[in-house]
Design a protein around this ligand. Structure first.
Ligand code: INI
Length: 154
C-alpha cells in the first residue's frame, strides 16, 4: 500500500503569509508568535515569511483572496480570535470568516490554515494562545507546512 503524506519541513523557497487580526490583538499577537516560531523551527527562512494585519476576522477571507490572487504566496496562515459577546455578532463574523477562508483555499488550490479561535470567553482564547491548551498559531502554521509538502506529492 502506498501512503502519501506531508512532512513537517518547509520546502525550500516556499513563501508563506501570516494574516492576523488587530481585533483581540492581546490574544492574536500570541498566535502570531506561535506561527512564526513554527515556520522558523521547521526550517523556513525569515525572508520567505510575510506578516499582514487586517482589522477583524470578517476581513480575513478578502485579504487572503488578494494574497493568493497575487501569486506571491504558496500558502497562508490565517489567525484571529472571535470572542462571543452579548449580541449575535459573533455568529455572523465567525460564520463568514470560516466559509470565506475555506472557499478561497479551494478556489486557488493552495493551503490556507484556519487559525481562528472562536470562543465563548476571553479565558478560553488565552488558554489556546500559548497557555494550557497550547498555541493554535503554532498548530495552524504546522498545518500549512505539512500541506505544502503534501501538495508537492499529490
Ligand atoms: N472581529 C474579530 O476579529 N473578533 C471579534 O471578536 C469581533 N467581534 O466580537 O465583534 C470582530 N468584529 C469585527 C469584524 O470582524 C469586522 O472587522 C467589522 O465588522 C468591520 O467589517
Amino acid at each position: 500500500m502506498k501512503i502519501v503524506e506531508g512532512k513537517l519541513r518547509v520546502v525550500e523557497g516556499k513563501k508563506v503569509a501570516i494574516v492576523s487580526t488587530r481585533w483581540n490583538h492581546f490574544v492574536v499577537d500570541r498566535l502570531v508568535e506561535g506561527a512564526k516560531d513554527a515556520f522558523l523551527r521547521h526550517g523556513g527562512e525569515e525572508e520567505n515569511l510575510t506578516h499582514i494585519l487586517v482589522p477583524g476576522a470578517f476581513e480575513l477571507p478578502m485579504v487572503v483572496e488578494k494574497l493568493l490572487e497575487s501569486g506571491k504566496y504558496d500558502g497562508v496562515c490565517a489567525l484571529g480570535a472571535v470572542i462571543r459577546g452579548a449580541t449575535p455578532h459573533f455568529d455572523y463574523v465567525s460564520a463568514e470568516a470560516t466559509k470565506g477562508i475555506a472557499s478561497v483555499s479551494l478556489k486557488h488550490k493552495k493551503p490556507v490554515s484556519f487559525g481562528l479561535l472562536t470562543t465563548d470567553n476571553i479565558e478560553q482564547s488565552i488558554e489556546r494562545a500559548g497557555t494550557k491548551a497550547g498555541n493554535k498559531g503554532f498548530e495552524a502554521m504546522s498545518v500549512v507546512i505539512e500541506l505544502l509538502d503534501l501538495y508537492e506529492n499529490l
